[in-house]
Design a protein around this ligand. Structure first.
Ligand SMILES: [Zn+2]
Ligand SMILES: [Zn+2]
Length: 303
């Protein structure tokens, strides 16, 4: 090869590399905030009288993961409390009869003490409208400086300023902390995922978690999983955290419906590989969804 050809080839390679760098989305972004997940999220225990209603885990000081104790409700859902400079957001309010408002009050109080603040307004939003995620709503309706987002699609769409449902993405700024809001109907019509740009955590509710992925609208679910997959491909996602754990650590096994004590639970977080696997299996079903047991979850269409 002549030196001119070599030079031309090198030029082409350099231009291609430059274009690739321009397309790489994360170069200009600040680093993600770090945090720590728990080794185990065990929420069981035989002694209910001595077990607190909630277990609190600080991913970091401003991103709290709350797990409801098994003694209070077999669903043992996860709730999330996220702090910005101007507002905090509570994602889901629990299952059954538990005093979630007192817990949130104390956590907000601790945050205010730490930051020498006086008031922290609260937004109460939901991963979706099922009863095991909204049971504590009434405790917040008359709370000062609090907005409880409605549970139906129209209310969610209006509050997060989502143009076309479910194609568009909404946004909420808590003050120095922007969350993206993705409509993901299929499990339930008003299902959403929340993406925290500061930690890179994507909250996926009952749509994607280590357990039984109940699907009521198969067509909508397929589109939603595809939407999640595209989002994850284009963003820095550190963890995907859902609202329950029903699988065991043993692959392809889950605890039966209604199990209270789950000593050998699967981890809470799932990764890209599992989401891509779900997407490819759902695509392959071409709308004819059937119950399918996978390593970390089960696709479970409902009649
Ligand atoms: Zn649900
Ligand atoms: Zn649920």
């Amino acid at each position: 090869m002549t030196s001119t050809r070599w030079n031309r080839r090198i030029q082409i390679v350099l231009i291609a590399a430059g274009l690739a760098a321009c397309r790489t989305p994360h170069l200009q972004e600040p680093p993600l905030e770090t945090g720590r997940l728990a080794e185990s999220w065990y929420a069981g225990g035989a002694d209910c009288a001595r077990t607190p209603q909630f277990r609190i885990h600080e991913y970091n000081h401003e991103f709290l993961i709350i797990r409801q104790a098994a003694c209070t409700n077999f669903e043992k859902p996860f709730l999330y409390l996220i702090f910005g400079h101007d507002r905090a957001l509570l994602f889901d309010t629990g299952a059954g009869k538990v005093d979630v408002a007192s817990l949130v009050d104390s956590l907000i109080y601790q945050w205010l003490v730490r930051h020498d603040g006086a008031v922290m307004p609260l937004v109460v939003a939901h991963s979706h409208a099922h009863g095991d995620h909204v049971a504590g709503d009434s405790q917040f309706v008359h709370r000062p400086n609090t907005v409880v987002v409605g549970r139906d699609t129209g209310a969610v769409r209006a509050f997060f300023n989502i143009g076309r449902w479910p194609a568009d993405t909404g946004i909420i700024d808590l003050g120095g902390r922007v969350l993206d809001v993705l409509p993901i109907p299929g499990h339930q019509p008003a299902s959403i995922a929340l993406y925290d740009r500061r930690t890179g955590i994507l909250l996926t509710g009952d749509t994607f978690y280590p357990g039984r992925l109940y699907v009521r609208d198969t067509a909508a679910f397929a589109v939603s999983i595809d939407r999640l997959m595209k989002f994850v491909s284009r963003h820095r996602v550190a963890h995907m955290l859902g609202a329950h754990v029903e699988n065991k650590r043993t692959p392809f096994q889950d605890y039966p419906v209604g199990t209270v004590d789950q000593p050998d639970e699967h981890d809470l977080d799932l990764g890209r590989a599992q989401l891509f696997e779900l997407d490819s299996v759902v695509r392959g079903m071409r709308g004819r969804m059937s119950r399918t047991v996978m390593k970390d979850f089960t696709i479970w269409p409902l009649p």
